[in-house]
Design a protein around this ligand. Structure first.
Ligand code: UDP
Length: 248
């Protein structure tokens, strides 16, 4: 079972998810940093749940995460089928707000992932937008020597680390990196650096409001379609079968 142990924890297909508001999630994550407990934050979506069914190590990583936030409308739909209302928290927004809090509270941060010009662009943009942000380390996501990157990062001593390597690689990287930086808090952020650097546009507000960012990204990049179909319908069917009708 996940370490997410409180009354606001809900379960979906065997995964514990923190049903927090944005501000509760931010407070929880900041407390993990300030208490020195450290840990992994997972922004969960149906694709990850479906993939974790086949990959036992990935499943364990999600189940052992210290904070699991429902990113994407798919999780909201899955929980709704179980009569649970959940607030969707977009990982990119949560991460940005965390960076603002870190800047205010003098918590050093690091960014790992994306193409070299993208991570560089993201760091520059964030430093301009967020006063007093202390970025102590960054590295692109196209490295073969993971241990070197972790060693370098360890020397810089960040307490909040954003990892943009795509899923599940970013979650595996975090597991590994936490062995060397156990009191840091790390989160996988997918394509967020591409957006912050200005290389990719975030979906217009309409799509954001209705949780349809996946639709916008799929229209822009049709090859993403195979990531949604049959994943999303299979996920919904699994929730109905296992969690609603309780057929195992
Ligand atoms: N990426 C990376 N190293 C790799 C593969 C991908 O740094 O070996 C980066 C990629 O440049 C992009 C991010 O990981 O910035 C993945 O973004 P995507 O939107 O595909 O994330 P997902 O939807 O898989 O979470």
């Amino acid at each position: 079972m996940a370490n997410v142990n409180n009354s606001k924890t809900v379960n979906l297909l065997g995964f514990n998810i923190n049903n927090f508001s944005m501000y509760e999630a931010l407070d929880y994550a900041l407390e993990l940093i300030k208490s020195g407990k450290g840990g992994q934050i997972v922004t969960i979506n149906p694709e990850m749940i479906q993939s974790a069914k086949k990959k036992i190590y990935f499943k364990q990583v999600i189940q052992n995460a210290d904070l699991v936030i429902p990113d994407g409308v798919g999780i909201k739909i899955g929980l709704k089928l179980k009569n649970i209302d959940a607030k969707r928290i977009a990982g990119i927004e949560f991460s940005y707000k965390m960076l603002e809090k870190c800047a205010q509270q003098k918590i050093p941060v690091a960014l790992i992932g994306a193409k070299p010009h993208v991570v560089y662009g993201a760091v520059n943009a964030l430093q301009k937008q967020i006063p007093n942000l202390k970025t102590v380390y960054f590295h692109n996501g196209y490295f073969s020597d993971e241990e070197r990157v972790i060693k370098e990062m360890k020397k810089a001593m960040p307490k909040f680390v954003l990892v943009a390597l795509g899923s599940p690689r970013q979650e595996y990287f975090i597991q590994n990196a936490l062995k060397d930086l156990p009191d840091s808090v790390m989160i996988g952020v997918g394509g967020s650096f591409d957006v912050w650097s200005g290389n990719v546009k975030r979906a217009p507000e309409f799509y954001q409001k209705y949780g349809l960012e996946w639709l916008y990204r799929t229209i822009k990049e049709p090859k993403r379609l195979k990531r949604i179909f049959p994943t999303l319908p299979n996920f919904v069917l699994n929730v109905i079968k296992e969690d609603v009708l309780k057929i195992k």
